[in-house]
Design a protein around this ligand. Structure first.
Ligand code: ADP
Ligand code: MG
Ligand code: MG
Length: 348
């Protein structure tokens, strides 16, 4: 009989719309019988309020590729009946509540195999501070960074200036201020002066208790896709270029703002170094199935620095992750198939 794949998408995060587009692309791969005759697709849509919807509702969201008007009825602990029929879960949720280990914990409790990283890999991949601590322990190259807690930012007027002094001494300008637990560049600012730093810290504190300040570097942004479990494979390396100050939210999601180059025009040695670093990053956080690893290449010094790992990268038809595999010789439907096999393998 056919394996029933539970495609879980939407979710309570700022990346709800991207998740719908990723899920639609995956559903399309299942549609062509020729590609995936061995699977039946069960779409399950998580509304922005956390309530799960199956059946007609989920199907319609996939087809229309936009969120419907919110159905307030339902209960977060009641699941659509199809949930009990799922043989393998394919969660394609980005950001908090989807990419951070929370859903992974739930699926693990269900004792049903699922695509992608488990609780640990997902949690480490989401929290930029925990991620950097793990990378540092593994000796992987990164830019200088500093942890800042929100209570120090929103504290008495005598603590905050001291904190800014510390940042200036330890990190300097320009620096990047980021909430630890988001994605899509939300809440991230680049600061070149004291007053910009103050604003940036306050802005990041609106999003998270945990904040990271990093040394800002001038570098090319390259990305590598990883596929596998214990012995991960690296794709060809891709590069992103844009005209804005950095790869911010608008640049990421406005068509035509960013250009992707696949493969990236890099010296052979750097290309290989990025692939190796990406594999090491994957193993270091105990990721599984898939991940996209983002690396800075500082051309002036010839150095590479690990930026971050994304354990549920964008998976739309035009996203970097599937495009990198396509260029490496694994077309989209085959990629989906491989991920399902990796989920089954890891569950054993
Ligand atoms: P997100 O998880 O939201 O994608 P990133 O840490 O990747 O967050 O930062 C978003 C973007 O900000 C990067 O793609 C890059 O353009 C810029 N950036 C982040 N950190 C640095 C840094 N240390 N030096 C230079 N640019 C940076
Ligand atoms: Mg990220
Ligand atoms: Mg990023």
């Amino acid at each position: 009989s056919k394996l029933r794949i539970g495609l879980l998408f939407g979710g309570c995060s700022g990346e709800h719309e991207v998740s719908i587009r990723s899920a639609s692309a995956i559903a399309q791969a299942f549609q062509s019988e020729k590609n995936t005759p061995q699977y039946d697709l069960i779409p399950i849509y998580i509304q922005k309020n956390g309530i799960w919807k199956g059946g007609e509702t989920a199907q319609t969201v996939l087809e229309k590729q936009t969120p419907p008007t919110l159905q307030p009825s339902g209960n977060r602990w009641e699941f659509p009946s199809e949930v009990s029929e799922v043989d393998v879960w394919f969660p394609i949720l980005h950001g908090p509540n989807g990419e951070d280990g929370t859903i992974q914990g739930l699926l693990k409790l269900m004792q049903v195999p699922f695509v992608g990283s488990g609780v640990l890999g997902s949690a480490l991949g989401m929290d930029k501070l925990a991620m950097k601590t793990a990378f540092a322990a593994a000796g992987l190259p990164q830019v200088k960074y500093k942890q800042v807690k929100r209570d120090k930012i929103w504290s008495s007027p005598c603590v905050f200036p001291k904190l800014c002094d510390e940042v200036e001494e330890e990190i300097g300008y320009p620096c990047f201020v980021k909430p630890a637990n988001l994605g899509s560049s939300v809440g991230i600012s680049k600061a070149k002066t004291r007053s910009e730093l103050e604003t940036a810290l306050d802005e990041a504190a609106n999003y998270d208790r945990r904040i990271i300040v990093e040394q800002g570097i001038i570098a090319r942004e390259v990305e590598c896709a990883i596929l596998g479990n214990e012995y991960p494979q690296a794709s060809v390396v891709g590069e992103i270029s844009y005209n804005s100050d950095f790869y911010d939210y608008a640049t990421k999601y406005t068509t035509g703002e960013a250009k992707l180059y696949i493969p990236a025009p890099l010296p052979d040695k750097i290309f290989k170094q990025v692939q190796d670093l990406a594999k090491q990053a994957f193993v270091t956080v105990d990721a599984a199935g898939l991940a996209r690893v983002d690396v800075f290449y500082e051309e002036a010094t010839g150095k590479v620095y690990l930026n971050e790992i994304n354990t549920l990268p964008g998976f739309t038809a035009t996203s970097m992750y599937p495009r990198l595999w396509e260029a490496t010789g694994i077309p989209f439907p085959q990629l989906v198939d491989r991920l399902i096999h990796l989920a089954l393998q890891r569950h054993q």
